[in-house]
Design a protein around this ligand. Structure first.
Ligand SMILES: [Zn+2]
Length: 90
């Protein structure tokens, strides 16, 4: 199934735009500092801040770059039960 731009970018998640929300500070604080530093290196480029979103269905955390989404990891993934896991691209 082809994904639309506002759907969850995770390959094995079919959640649509309605399940995507801004990553709120309390959630962001749960991500380990080492991973947050990597995320910030990608999203704060000095010109504009890239919005960070989270899929409320699978926990996928990603940056909404102008041309594509970039997956940083998963927070509170109810499938794996893990608090946080880095994506391979982080
Ligand atoms: Zn998802």
């Amino acid at each position: 199934m082809a994904k639309r731009l506002d759907d969850c970018p995770a390959q094995n998640c079919s959640a649509g735009a309605g399940r995507q929300s801004e990553l709120r500070p309390p959630y962001y604080a749960e991500i380990p500092e080492a991973s947050r530093e990597k995320i910030e290196a990608r999203t704060k480029n000095g010109v504009f801040d890239v919005p960070i979103l989270r899929c409320t269905y699978c926990g996928c955390v990603y940056g909404k770059f102008p041309v594509r989404r970039h997956i940083f990891g998963w927070l509170d993934n109810s499938v794996t039960g893990e608090k946080w896991s880095d994506s391979r691209e982080l």
